[in-house]
Ligand binder design. Structure first.
Ligand SMILES: O=C1C[C@@](O)(C(=O)O)C[C@@H](O)[C@@H]1O
Length: 252
């Protein structure tokens, strides 16, 4: 099946916005897609873990919903995320269930990216990477820490490990508690970013992390996740606020 003409890429060091969709059911989801598209964001992220409390869908149902989302999108790209509860997912869902859904999303040729945690179970990840290899959908390798900010060496290790596994995009979302945490995160991002071809996404969550959401391209990243109908992480702002702040800072 070939629904999409080309992949919408996350470009290195180039600002892009993404609205996570945390809709509970199909009618809410399609309404949220419409609102997000009208909002003018660059990417939509279907947070599948929020959908129907993580209920199992048959592959044809999953595919059908993906196509319905796609039909309503304009120039946006689609990120498919079935987040593990170990890294902030909405519900505890067995890996086997997530794996089947993620594979359907990759093979659908509708999702531009799947966001899958770097520190997933080895076999689970190996099987997903195998499917990615044979399809056009790209892999955002992610690491989330809602409690703390890893130190610079730990961050570099994570990025190296993502690259060693052939991730297409390297993504980190962490929780800072001090301005030192932010400095360490930005230094680690900038240093890795300089020497790497991979596009990167790096977010400091919470009230201290605003700069990484307003000006990600100055912090070694590219994507900012903005508020849709609900928050998926602390510190998210809406796109209008972000654009106003970027204008004030002379970034646009
Ligand atoms: O991991 C990320 C980043 C995020 O957690 C944020 O901090 O904005 C929001 C999530 O929806 C997304 O998958």
């Amino acid at each position: 099946m070939n629904i999409k003409n080309e992949i919408k890429l996350i470009e290195k060091n180039k600002f892009a916005s993404c609205i996570p969709l945390i809709s509970a059911d199909k009618s809410e989801l399609l309404a949220d897609v419409k609102a997000a598209v009208e909002n003018g964001c660059d990417f939509l992220e279907w947070r599948r873990d929020y959908f129907m409390k993580g209920a199992i869908l048959k592959p044809e149902e999953e595919l059908n919903i993906l196509k319905e989302i796609k039909k309503r999108m304009k120039t946006q790209g689609l990120i498919y995320t079935y987040r593990s509860h170990l890294e902030g997912g909405a519900y505890e869902t067995a890996d086997a269930i997530r794996e089947a859904s993620i594979k359907t999303a990759i093979e659908s040729d509708v999702a531009d990216y799947v966001d899958v945690e770097l520190e997933s179970n080895d076999l689970f990840l190996a099987r997903i990477r195998d499917v990615i290899k044979n399809n056009r959908t790209q892999w955002i390798a992610s690491h989330h820490n809602f409690n703390r900010t890893p130190n610079t060496q730990e961050i570099e290790k994570l990025y190296l490990s993502m690259e060693a596994k052939n991730a297409d995009v390297l993504k980190l979302a962490v929780m800072p508690h001090t301005s030192e945490d932010i400095r360490h995160l930005i230094i680690a991002n900038l240093l890795h970013n300089e020497g790497s071809k991979s596009p990167m996404i790096n977010i400091a969550m919470g009230s201290l992390g605003g700069i990484t959401r307003i000006a990600p391209e100055l912090c070694g990243g590219s994507m900012t996740y903005v508020l849709g109908t609900g928050k998926t992480a602390p510190g998210q702002m809406n796109l209008v606020e972000i654009i106003a702040l970027r204008e004030k800072l002379g970034l646009i």
